[in-house]
Write a protein that binds this ligand. Structure first.
Ligand code: M6R
Length: 613
C-alpha cells in the first residue's frame, strides 16, 4: 500500500527519505520515488520495483545528495499501471510543484477535463497528477502561499488523501494534509519527519503529531503550523509513539510472520494485561468505561471487519451470543454501507482492525455512527484513524504486526472479544462461578499457546508430505468454523495453494464432490458438543481417500485411528478454543509457504493495510 515520507532538517534528506521508504516496504508497493530540493530546483528520481532502485539513482545524483528537504513515496497502483511515469512524486507543468499522495481522488476525471481545457498536459494515468496541476493553477492564479494554493485545490477534490507538497519557489517548506489516509509528523530536534506510518519516523524521534481528517500542517525549519484545510488554526498535542524500532525489526526470526506467530503468548499476555481483575474476579476495560451503561442497554451487536478481522468477528458472534446472550450479526465491512443495514441507537457496532486504517472498515464505522449506533473499535495500531473515530474501544496491545498475513492480531482480537463478552455477560446474566471459570481459563491461555508452538517442527513435517497438493479443505464446526475459514485464508494468501474453509456439515451439500485420493483435508476437531458429528465427517473424507490432518484436544488419542496426522492443543473451555486451534493452522501456512519458496512476508498482490476501497 502507498507510503509517504517527508523530511526537513539538517541531515541529508535523501538518506532519511530512502531509509523511511525502506521501513514502509512491508506495506507492499510496486514503484517508488524521491524529490529533493537542491537550493534551486526540485530533483526527482523514480523507479519501478524496489526502493533500492530509487536509492541507486538518487545516490548518483549530486543535487539530490546535497538537499536537506524533500518528499518520497512508495506506490501501490490504483490508477494506471505500475511504471516509472505513474510513480510519485507528480509535478506541475514546469516542475516547480511536486506532490506525493496516498488515497484516491474520486472526481479526478472531471478535474482532469477542467485542467486540460486550461491547457494542462498530463504525463501519467494517475489521479494524483491532477492534484499537482490543480495546486499549480491556484498558485499561479494569485494564491499568497503554497498552503493557500493547497487549501484551494483540496476544496475542489472529493475522495481521500494524505499528501505532502513542496514548491521550489518556497524552499524549505513542506505542506501536508489528510483526509482518509493517515499522516503523522515526527517532531525531532531541528528536524521534522512526515510519514504515513510511524515505522518511518521512529528511528528519528518518538514525538509525533497525528493529523486528523481535514487537517493540514505547514512545516518549515522554524516550526510547524497546524490548521484545518479551511484555514482554521488548530492546536495539536505532541504524543509519544509506543513502539520501538527494535519491536518493529524481525528479532532474529527468518520472517516477520514466524516472529509474530511465536510472539503470540506474549501478545496475548499484553492483551490481557491489567484487564483481568483476579481479586474481584471481574473484567476491567478502561477504554469502555465511559460507555459502560450504553453497552449493557444495547439491543444488538454488529461486528464488522475485513479478511482475518472478519473471521475474528465471526468468532465474536459465537462469543457474544453464547456468553453475553446479545443478538449479534457479522457484516463484511466492504458490504456494510452498500446494503442499507438495519442499525439504530440500540445497536452497538464494533469495528475490528489490526491497522485501524482499512478503508472499508472505516467507511462501515462512519455509516454506523451516522445511523445512530454506538461505535466501538477493537484495534491494534494506537492512534490510528479507526481508533480515533470510534466512541470508545479496546486496543489489542499486540505490538506491531508487519507480516502481511495477520496472525497475532487475530488471536488478540479473539482475546479482546472474549473480555468484552464476559464483561457484558456478567452484567446481564452470567453467574460469578461461570465468570470465574472463564477468567481462570484465560490466564492459562498464553502458556497453552506456548505448548502449541512447540509443535512447529511436527507441523513442518506434516506439511512437507502434502505441500505439492494444490487444493486443500479446512473444516470445523461451531466456534471452530471461523477457524477453518482463517486456516484456509492463511494458506492461500502466503503459499498460493488453493484452500476452502467450510462448516464441516456443509461438505455434504457440494464440496464433498472435490474430495479425491490424496487431497489434504484439515479438520479442526477439539472436544466439544459436536465432536461425534465431526468424527462422522472425518469418516466421510476417509472413505473417499482424502488425507486427514486433525487438530484435536490433548489426550484424545482415539482420533488418531481415523486420521493421517494429529496436532494436539491443550484443553480449554470451548469459547476459548479458537485462540489455540488457529495456531497450528498459522504454522501450517507458514511452513507451506517456506517449502514452496514463497515470499512469506510480502505475498504477491497483497498489501498489509488496504487503505483504498
Ligand atoms: O488491518 P485490518 O485488520 O483492518 O486488515 C484487514 C484485512 O485486510 C487483513 O486481515 C487481511 O485479510 C490479511 N492479509 C489477512 O492475513
Amino acid at each position: 500500500m502507498c507510503g509517504i515520507v517527508g523530511y526537513i532538517g539538517n541531515k541529508r534528506a535523501c538518506s532519511v527519505l530512502i531509509e523511511g521508504l525502506k521501513r514502509l516496504e512491508y506495506r507492499g508497493y510496486d514503484s517508488a520515488g524521491v524529490c529533493v530540493f537542491s537550493g534551486e530546483a526540485l530533483h526527482i528520481r523514480k523507479a519501478t520495483g524496489r526502493v533500492a532502485e530509487v536509492e541507486a539513482l538518487a545516490c548518483a545524483d549530486r543535487d539530490i545528495q546535497a538537499g536537506t528537504c524533500g518528499i518520497a513515496h512508495t506506490r501501490w497502483a490504483t490508477h494506471g499501471e505500475p511504471n516509472e511515469v505513474n510513480a510519485h512524486p507528480h509535478c506541475n507543468h514546469d516542475n516547480r510543484i511536486a506532490v506525493v499522495h496516498n488515497g484516491i481522488i474520486e472526481n479526478y476525471v472531471t478535474l482532469k477535463q477542467f485542467l486540460a481545457s486550461k491547457g494542462c498536459v498530463f504525463r501519467s494515468q494517475t489521479d494524483t497528477e491532477v492534484l499537482s496541476h490543480l495546486i499549480s493553477e491556484f498558485y499561479e492564479d494569485g494564491a499568497d502561499s503554497l498552503e493557500e494554493a493547497v487549501q484551494a485545490a483540496l476544496r475542489e477534490v472529493s475522495g481521500t488523501y494524505g499528501i505532502a507538497v513542496v514548491c521550489s519557489d518556497e524552499p524549505d517548506k513542506i505542506v501536508v494534509a489528510r483526509k482518509g489516509s493517515p499522516l503523522i509528523v515526527g517532531v525531532g530536534s531541528d528536524e521534522y519527519i512526515v510519514a504515513s506510518d510511524a515505522a518511518a519516523i521512529i528511528e528519528h524521534t518518538a514525538n509525533v503529531v497525528y493529523l486528523n481528517d481535514n487537517e493540514m500542517a505547514v512545516i518549515t525549519r522554524d516550526g510547524m503550523r497546524t490548521m484545518t484545510v479551511d484555514n482554521v488554526p488548530v492546536t495539536k498535542e505532541v504524543q509519544q509513539i509506543e513502539w520501538s524500532l527494535e519491536q518493529i525489526a524481525k528479532g532474529g526470526y527468518e520472517h516477520f510472520m514466524l516472529k509474530e506467530i511465536m510472539e503470540q503468548p506474549e501478545a496475548v499476555r499484553m492483551s490481557l494485561g491489567g484487564r483481568l481483575d483476579l481479586r474481584e474476579m471481574r473484567v476491567k476495560l478502561g477504554g469502555l468505561e465511559k460507555v459502560s451503561r450504553d453497552l449493557v442497554r444495547a439491543r444488538k451487536v454488529i461486528l464488522t471487519g475485513c479478511g482475518t478481522a472478519w473471521h475474528a468477528a465471526l468468532v465474536g458472534e459465537y462469543l457474544f451470543e453464547d456468553l453475553a446472550r446479545i443478538p449479534t450479526e457479522v457484516e463484511y465491512a466492504s458490504e456494510f454501507r452498500y446494503r442499507n443495514p438495519i442499525v439504530d441507537d440500540g445497536s452497538l457496532v464494533i469495528a475490528l482492525s489490526q491497522s485501524g486504517e482499512t478503508a472499508d472498515t472505516l467507511a462501515a464505522l462512519r455509516e454506523a455512527r451516522e445511523k445512530g449506533a454506538l461505535a466501538l473499535g477493537i484495534v491494534n495500531a494506537v492512534g490510528s484513524t479507526i481508533a480515533r473515530e470510534t466512541d470508545a474501544g479496546v486496543y489489542l496491545h499486540a505490538g506491531p504486526e508487519i507480516g502481511v498475513a495477520s496472525t497475532k492480531a487475530f488471536t488478540c482480537q479473539l482475546v479482546v472479544e472474549t473480555l468484552i463478552a464476559l464483561m457484558l455477560g456478567r452484567r446481564r446474566f452470567m453467574s460469578q462461578p461461570t465468570m470465574d471459570q472463564y477468567m481462570q481459563a484465560l490466564t492459562r491461555i498464553p502458556e497453552q499457546i506456548e505448548r502449541v508452538l512447540e509443535q512447529s517442527g511436527l507441523v513442518r513435517q506434516i506439511v512437507a508430505e502434502h505441500v505439492d497438493r494444490d487444493n486443500w479443505l479446512f473444516l470445523g464446526r461451531g466456534y471452530n468454523y471461523p477457524v477453518a475459514l482463517e486456516g484456509a485464508l492463511k494458506l492461500k494468501e502466503i503459499s498460493y495453494i488453493h484452500a476452502e474453509g467450510l462448516p464441516a456439515a456443509e461438505m455434504k451439500h457440494g464440496p464433498i464432490a472435490l474430495i479425491h485420493e490424496g487431497m489434504p483435508v484439515v479438520f479442526i476437531a477439539p472436544r466439544c458438543s459436536t465432536y461425534e458429528k465431526i468424527l462422522g465427517n472425518i469418516e466421510e473424507v476417509r472413505a473417499r481417500r482424502g488425507r486427514i490432518i486433525a487438530v484435536a484436544t490433548e489426550g484424545d488419542t482415539g482420533i488418531a485411528r481415523y486420521c493421517d496426522h494429529v496436532i494436539y492443543v491443550p484443553d480449554c473451555p470451548v469459547p476459548l478454543q479458537p485462540i489455540l486451534t488457529v495456531v497450528p493452522l498459522q504454522l501450517m501456512a507458514y511452513h507451506a509457504a517456506v517449502a514452496r519458496g514463497c515470499n512469506v512476508d510480502k505475498p504477491r498482490n497483497l498489501a498489509k493495510s488496504v487503505t483504498v476501497e
